[in-house]
Design a protein around this ligand. Structure first.
Ligand code: PMP
Length: 409
């Protein structure tokens, strides 16, 4: 395996630094990705030259800002192959997008006799909104379980999704197990029962080609900050027919058509769901991130990250007293590897790795029901992006060996 994206590292100034006197090895990309100069420069350029509020002012800066904001929307539309820009709503991120669907579509369509089906591997942001909706409505929340090797149990999915199901909400890629779920198949099962499918794409869109039309999903959520973009910007994709029927998420400026003293009417999509001043710079920065990713090619990124995991995983599994969660088959693994060293608390492991300059996350990864299901309180998680290299994997392996030696396990 060559480190074919090695040159891109020069675009990421943050990666070129020492941490605890060691060269930084950033392996916490599932939490957030680093930002290339191209995105940082775009944010500065917008604030230096074009900053104005959008869809309000006819002056030149206002028009420039509006055009750049709407161009960013077009970039997102193309990137995920949505049919129309009206289907692309800018939000604060995945969490915000999923809350939007639960508190509008969910609140308007779920009754006490209905069922919502999610999976046990969900991140809290694709779990709590449905849990709370179910509690409020007296509806039933069901969890699809996992197979012995940590994949979504499709037989369980077939049996849990029934004619009572109104919403199926599933992660495209797990932020803990690294598995990709067969969204196309789940969408087909959901639709055969007249349920809608909501997909948490936070860990998928940054790492693989996602085509919302091909997947046949109804809603799809993701965050800009995990795909080279700024924090505080994200996307909700929704089918026009569904979005049109939904009430607004929030009320205020710019989402109205007319406001009278006793009633109001709403503007058209997508602005109906974008109340108040938006993260305009964030959207433009995300647009620039999409340009960057498109130049590299999403299929190339996916292939390279699989290669990195195929290098790391067998070496990790060979280490005595390491337990790896999720499939051990690299073919079905994304660039996320969760593990524990028996006898050590994951936080101690992460702190020891940090002493060697290796940044990983330790904790429950906002997936407490999954931790319980796996019978652990927490794990260590190493997660790659295309700017990582085989040398980074080697550094992790070496730091793990040193940690084991230090703690004598
Ligand atoms: N879902 C998954 C699978 C995630 O990994 C994350 C981020 N850790 C989220 C949802 C939430 O994303 P955000 O914090 O950007 O809203």
């Amino acid at each position: 395996m060559d480190n074919r994206f090695q040159k891109t590292r020069n675009d990421f100034p943050i990666l070129n630094q020492k941490v605890n006197d060691e060269s930084l090895v950033y392996l916490d990309n599932a939490a957030t990705s680093q930002k290339p100069n191209q995105v940082i420069d775009e944010l500065v350029r917008f604030y230096r030259n074009d900053n104005a509020n959008v869809h309000r002012s006819v002056h030149t800066l206002g028009e420039r800002a509006t055009e750049e904001y709407e161009t960013a929307r077009q970039k997102v539309q193309k990137f995920i192959n949505a049919k129309d820009t009206r289907e692309v709503i800018f939000t604060k991120g995945t969490t915000d997008s999923l809350n939007l669907v639960a508190s509008t579509y969910g609140a308007e369509n779920i009754t006490a006799s209905d069922e919502i089906v999610i999976s046990i591997m969900e991140h809290h942001s694709n779990l709590i909104p449905w849990q709370q909706l179910a509690i409020k409505k007296g509806a039933t929340l069901k969890y699809i379980g996992l197979t012995a090797d940590g994949q979504l149990d499709m037989e369980d999915a077939q049996s849990k999704i029934t004619d009572k199901t109104k919403i199926v909400a599933i992660a495209h890629v797990s932020n803990v197990l690294g598995v990709t779920n067969d969204i196309k198949k789940i969408a087909q099962i959901a639709h055969s029962h007249n349920a809608v499918i909501v997909v948490d794409g936070a860990q998928a869109v940054p790492h693989m080609k996602v085509d919302v039309q091909d997947l046949k999903v109804d809603f799809y959520a993701f965050s800009g900050h995990k795909m080279l973009g700024p924090m505080g910007i994200g996307v909700l994709y929704g089918k026009t027919a569904l979005l049109n029927k939904m009430s607004p998420y929030q009320y205020g400026g710019e989402m109205i058509d007319f406001v009278e003293k006793d009633f109001s009417t709403w503007t058209e999509l997508p602005w109906k769901f974008e109340a108040g001043t938006q993260n305009v710079a964030g959207a433009i920065g995300l647009g620039r991130a999409i340009d960057y990713l498109t130049t590299i090619g999403m299929d190339n990124i996916a292939k390279y990250e699989t290669e990195l995991v195929s290098y790391l995983l067998p070496r990790l599994l060979r280490i005595d007293s390491i337990e790896v969660y999720g499939p051990h088959d690299v073919g079905i693994h994304n660039g996320v590897v969760s593990f524990n060293i028996k006898g050590l608390h994951p936080h101690d492991v992460a702190t020891a790795l940090d002493m060697d300059g290796v940044a990983v996350r330790a904790g429950h990864h906002c997936a407490q029901p999954l931790m319980k299901y796996l019978g652990v309180v927490a794990t260590v998680r190493a997660s790659f992006y295309f700017y990582n290299s085989k040398a980074d994997a080697d550094k992790l392996l070496q730091a793990i060996a040193e940690t084991k030696e230090f703690f004598n396990v």
